[in-house]
Design a protein around this ligand. Structure first.
Ligand code: UGA
Length: 468
């Protein structure tokens, strides 16, 4: 894909030094970083505690869905610039830079769980062997984490009288587009006490473009939370507007076009739907709220963002209920199970929440997803996993309604006439606004999207019609 080609364009030129880089954590972010740096010409070792993952990656197999990543990993392994290990003692002492890319899941109260970061920092500290590399935190972690890592490393190198070299370098990669995003950053944020260390980290990205923003540790950490919280805020804002549009008989797509041409507003991240999910936005907004609460700072905007996001799920079910009468015993085909298209990740998936609510009201589901198969999916509840079928039309056969819950483009190419004839009913709830309403109606469907009201489901229009 294009991003991989971009990699070769950006290889180190003769004047730039190839560095030894260790990347701790071989999940989505860590593997993209490791293989991306290898493709830029650096020598990279990925460290992960999972032997199975290390074995798979060493064989050039990427056990998660990420466009372009398998090629990038294979190229890196073949060129001998990329390898993977479970051993800190193997990866750490030779490294000039050590990136931390471990996950920081949410605890039940919303605070980020720092156990993985602390454990990784202790393992690094225990393997330094007299070296003092730059330690770069890429994991999204609360403001002050850089100082925590600093404390752990300082404890270990105190005898050498050297200062730990800690840098925060938050990531802005989107799942499903992460390889493209690595090679095409719009900005690279680097926080450090030392300008020299910050510039050294900046030099690793040389040739990729994007604004370099150098700041202190805490500010870099904050930038990450503010970025994700603002993205979430935009989505909840447009979702609230979409609900008003539904009630008022207004087309949200036109509203977005009408405001988006104002360059202060723009159109990005303004797609209404059943809400945001994934392993980042929900967790980061909760963590920022928690940090505020801990300091006595109230965060009513963030709290409203979460509230609207939950509401989108129940609103999806309300729409289907109002179109079908009752949901009890109704057969509903569902397309899409993940938190968005281009990923097999089901963490905090709004689609799963909506399905849970439909099942609770007695609906029978048949579910199709382009990448999630019936194999072991511990995060997907069994009653949803058991409803999985391997073809979108098979899911729709005999259904009273179809609910589209993620925005895979392949859903747009399913022939609507064939879909209509395989269904018993004629209702489409388009929870991601990906179908063209007129085309769906021409094929005989009753179509309802989000902020794309169907006249029969629009109280304001009904009233206006009655008055006429
Ligand atoms: C997000 C950020 O976009 C990345 O910049 C960041 O690096 C990443 O989190 C992270 O912190 O690691 P990601 O979680 O991959 O990336 O997903 P997004 O593309 O941001 O989508 C998040 C959710 O919002 C999805 O459920 C998506 O369907 C929904 N969404 C997105 C909307 O409902 N409407 C939109 O207009 C855009």
């Amino acid at each position: 894909m294009g991003a991989v080609h971009a990699a070769s364009r950006h290889q180190l030129n003769g004047h730039t030094r190839a560095h030894n880089i260790a990347v701790v954590g071989s999940g989505h972010v860590g593997t993209v970083m490791a293989s991306g740096f290898a493709s830029l010409g650096h020598h990279v070792v990925g460290i992960d505690r999972s032997e199975a993952l290390v074995r798979a990656l060493s064989d050039g197999e990427v056990p998660f869905h990420e466009d372009g990543l398998p090629d990038l990993v294979r190229d890196g392994v073949r060129s001998n610039r990329l390898r993977f290990t479970t051993s800190y003692a193997d990866g750490v002492p030779k490294a000039d830079f050590i990136f931390l890319a471990v996950d920081t899941p949410a605890t039940p109260v919303g605070a980020a769980d720092l156990r993985n970061i602390r454990a990784a920092a202790h393992s690094i500290a225990g393997s330094l062997n007299g070296t003092n590399p730059v330690i770069v935190n890429k994991s999204t972690s609360p403001i002050g984490t850089g100082e925590t890592i600093e404390g752990i490393i300082r404890g270990k190198i105190a005898a050498t009288r050297r200062e730990p070299r800690i840098v925060s370098n938050p990531e802005f990669l989107r799942q499903g587009r992460a390889v493209f995003d690595f090679f095409n950053p719009d900005r690279i944020v680097i926080g450090s006490r030392s300008n020299r260390d910050a510039r050294a980290v900046a030099s690793l990205y040389q040739g990729l473009g994007g604004e370099i923003i150098i700041t202190n540790l805490r500010t870099a950490e904050m930038i990450k939370y503010v970025a994700n919280s603002f993205l979430a805020t935009r989505i909840s804002f447009i979702n609230e507007v979409a609900r008003l549009c539904d009630a008022l008989g207004v087309e949200v797509d036109h509203v977005v076009a009408g405001i988006g041409h104002d360059e202060r507003i723009g159109t990005h991240f303004f797609k209404p739907g059943i809400g945001f999910g994934g392993s980042c936005l929900p967790k980061d907004i909760a963590a920022l709220r928690y940090m505020g609460e801990a300091l006595g700072v109230s965060t009513p905007v963030l709290s409203a963002v979460q509230q609207v996001n939950q509401h989108q799920r129940t609103d999806a079910v309300r729409k289907l209920r109002s179109l079908l009468g009752s949901l009890d015993g109704k057969r509903i085909a569902v397309w899409g199970l993940t938190f968005k298209a281009q990923t097999e990740d089901t963490r905090e998936s709004p689609a799963i929440d909506v399905m849970g609510l439909l099942l609770n009201e007695g609906a029978e589901l048949r579910v199709y997803d382009p990448v999630v198969r019936q194999r072991e999916q511990p995060r997907v509840p069994a009653r949803i996993r058991d409803a999985l079928v391997s073809d979108p039309l098979e899911a729709a056969r005999g259904a009273d309604a179809l609910a589209i819950l993620t925005d895979w483009s392949e859903f747009q190419t399913v022939p609507l006439a064939g879909l209509r004839s395989s269904m018993t009913g004629n209702v489409i709830f388009d929870g991601r606004n990906i179908l063209d309403r007129t085309t769906a109606e021409d094929a005989g469907f009753v179509y309802v999207g989000v902020g794309r009201p169907h006249p029969a489901a629009t109280p304001a229009t009904r009233k206006a019609g009655a008055a006429a």
